[in-house]
Design a protein. Structure first.
Length: 149
Protein backbone atom coordinates (compact mmCIF):
# COMPACT_ATOMS: atom_id res chain seq x y z
CA UNK A 1 0.00 0.00 0.00
CA UNK A 2 2.84 2.38 0.85
CA UNK A 3 4.53 1.78 -2.52
CA UNK A 4 1.37 2.68 -4.43
CA UNK A 5 1.10 5.97 -2.57
CA UNK A 6 4.66 6.93 -3.45
CA UNK A 7 3.97 6.62 -7.18
CA UNK A 8 0.91 8.87 -7.03
CA UNK A 9 2.31 11.73 -4.98
CA UNK A 10 2.12 14.89 -7.11
CA UNK A 11 5.51 16.23 -8.11
CA UNK A 12 7.32 12.88 -7.92
CA UNK A 13 7.91 13.07 -11.67
CA UNK A 14 9.14 16.42 -12.99
CA UNK A 15 7.55 15.82 -16.42
CA UNK A 16 10.64 16.98 -18.26
CA UNK A 17 11.26 15.74 -21.77
CA UNK A 18 14.60 14.12 -22.59
CA UNK A 19 17.13 16.58 -23.96
CA UNK A 20 20.16 16.05 -26.19
CA UNK A 21 23.37 18.13 -26.20
CA UNK A 22 23.41 20.93 -28.76
CA UNK A 23 26.27 23.22 -29.68
CA UNK A 24 26.65 25.52 -32.62
CA UNK A 25 27.98 28.62 -34.26
CA UNK A 26 26.22 31.69 -35.66
CA UNK A 27 27.67 33.28 -38.77
CA UNK A 28 26.67 36.00 -41.16
CA UNK A 29 26.06 34.74 -44.69
CA UNK A 30 29.23 36.62 -45.64
CA UNK A 31 31.18 34.16 -43.46
CA UNK A 32 32.01 36.53 -40.61
CA UNK A 33 31.16 35.62 -37.03
CA UNK A 34 28.24 36.97 -35.02
CA UNK A 35 29.88 38.05 -31.75
CA UNK A 36 26.94 38.70 -29.42
CA UNK A 37 23.32 37.69 -28.92
CA UNK A 38 21.10 34.77 -28.01
CA UNK A 39 19.98 31.72 -29.99
CA UNK A 40 16.59 30.31 -29.07
CA UNK A 41 14.83 27.20 -30.39
CA UNK A 42 11.18 26.29 -29.95
CA UNK A 43 10.10 22.68 -30.46
CA UNK A 44 7.32 22.43 -33.05
CA UNK A 45 5.93 19.30 -31.38
CA UNK A 46 6.19 20.20 -27.69
CA UNK A 47 6.55 24.00 -27.61
CA UNK A 48 9.55 23.59 -25.29
CA UNK A 49 12.22 26.26 -25.69
CA UNK A 50 15.99 26.03 -25.44
CA UNK A 51 18.37 28.97 -25.48
CA UNK A 52 22.04 29.78 -25.46
CA UNK A 53 24.25 32.85 -25.35
CA UNK A 54 26.46 33.56 -28.35
CA UNK A 55 30.08 34.07 -27.24
CA UNK A 56 32.65 36.33 -28.92
CA UNK A 57 33.62 33.51 -31.30
CA UNK A 58 30.01 32.95 -32.40
CA UNK A 59 29.65 29.70 -30.45
CA UNK A 60 26.77 28.68 -28.19
CA UNK A 61 25.53 25.77 -26.06
CA UNK A 62 21.79 25.28 -25.58
CA UNK A 63 19.97 24.98 -22.27
CA UNK A 64 16.40 23.77 -21.75
CA UNK A 65 16.12 22.81 -18.07
CA UNK A 66 19.65 22.85 -16.64
CA UNK A 67 22.79 24.55 -17.92
CA UNK A 68 24.00 23.18 -21.28
CA UNK A 69 21.60 20.18 -21.22
CA UNK A 70 20.64 20.79 -24.86
CA UNK A 71 17.20 20.63 -26.51
CA UNK A 72 14.44 18.09 -27.08
CA UNK A 73 14.59 16.02 -30.27
CA UNK A 74 12.63 17.03 -33.35
CA UNK A 75 12.07 20.04 -35.58
CA UNK A 76 12.48 23.48 -34.06
CA UNK A 77 11.87 27.04 -35.15
CA UNK A 78 14.87 29.24 -34.41
CA UNK A 79 15.51 32.91 -33.63
CA UNK A 80 18.71 34.91 -33.16
CA UNK A 81 18.20 37.92 -30.90
CA UNK A 82 20.45 40.89 -30.20
CA UNK A 83 19.67 43.78 -27.89
CA UNK A 84 21.20 46.86 -29.47
CA UNK A 85 21.17 50.06 -27.47
CA UNK A 86 20.07 53.10 -29.45
CA UNK A 87 21.22 56.37 -27.97
CA UNK A 88 19.03 59.46 -28.18
CA UNK A 89 21.98 61.81 -28.61
CA UNK A 90 22.41 64.49 -31.21
CA UNK A 91 24.58 63.31 -34.12
CA UNK A 92 24.76 59.74 -32.74
CA UNK A 93 25.15 57.21 -35.56
CA UNK A 94 24.86 53.63 -34.33
CA UNK A 95 27.13 51.13 -36.00
CA UNK A 96 25.50 48.39 -38.06
CA UNK A 97 28.69 46.35 -38.12
CA UNK A 98 27.99 42.98 -36.54
CA UNK A 99 24.25 43.57 -36.20
CA UNK A 100 21.91 40.71 -37.14
CA UNK A 101 18.90 41.72 -39.24
CA UNK A 102 15.92 42.21 -36.88
CA UNK A 103 13.74 39.74 -38.78
CA UNK A 104 15.70 36.92 -37.11
CA UNK A 105 14.42 38.02 -33.68
CA UNK A 106 10.87 36.75 -34.30
CA UNK A 107 9.66 33.19 -34.85
CA UNK A 108 7.12 34.52 -37.35
CA UNK A 109 9.75 36.14 -39.61
CA UNK A 110 13.11 34.43 -39.02
CA UNK A 111 12.57 31.53 -41.42
CA UNK A 112 15.20 29.55 -39.50
CA UNK A 113 14.55 25.90 -38.65
CA UNK A 114 16.79 23.20 -37.22
CA UNK A 115 16.43 19.53 -36.43
CA UNK A 116 17.71 18.14 -33.15
CA UNK A 117 18.52 14.43 -33.37
CA UNK A 118 18.52 11.88 -30.57
CA UNK A 119 20.96 9.53 -32.28
CA UNK A 120 23.76 11.78 -33.58
CA UNK A 121 25.77 14.86 -32.53
CA UNK A 122 23.93 18.16 -32.82
CA UNK A 123 26.50 20.67 -34.06
CA UNK A 124 24.50 23.48 -35.65
CA UNK A 125 25.63 26.15 -38.10
CA UNK A 126 23.16 29.03 -38.21
CA UNK A 127 23.60 31.61 -40.97
CA UNK A 128 21.94 35.03 -40.85
CA UNK A 129 21.93 38.28 -42.80
CA UNK A 130 23.29 41.46 -41.30
CA UNK A 131 21.56 44.81 -41.22
CA UNK A 132 21.83 46.65 -44.53
CA UNK A 133 24.98 48.72 -44.52
CA UNK A 134 24.29 52.45 -44.63
CA UNK A 135 25.45 54.04 -47.88
CA UNK A 136 27.32 57.34 -48.08
CA UNK A 137 24.23 58.91 -49.67
CA UNK A 138 22.06 57.72 -46.76
CA UNK A 139 24.60 59.14 -44.29
CA UNK A 140 24.63 62.50 -46.11
CA UNK A 141 20.81 62.63 -46.03
CA UNK A 142 20.83 61.71 -42.34
CA UNK A 143 23.39 64.46 -41.58
CA UNK A 144 21.34 67.03 -43.50
CA UNK A 145 18.11 66.12 -41.67
CA UNK A 146 19.89 66.35 -38.30
CA UNK A 147 21.01 69.93 -39.04
CA UNK A 148 17.44 71.01 -39.92
CA UNK A 149 16.12 70.09 -36.45
Amino acid sequence: MVLLCVFFIPGCSDGRLKTFPVKGKVLFKTGSTVHVGTVELKSREHGVQARGTIDQDGNFLLTTYTEDDGAVAGMHDCVVVQFIMAEEMKDFKPSVLGVVHPRYASYSTSGLTVEIKADSPNDLKIEVDGVKKVSEKDEANHDESQHKK
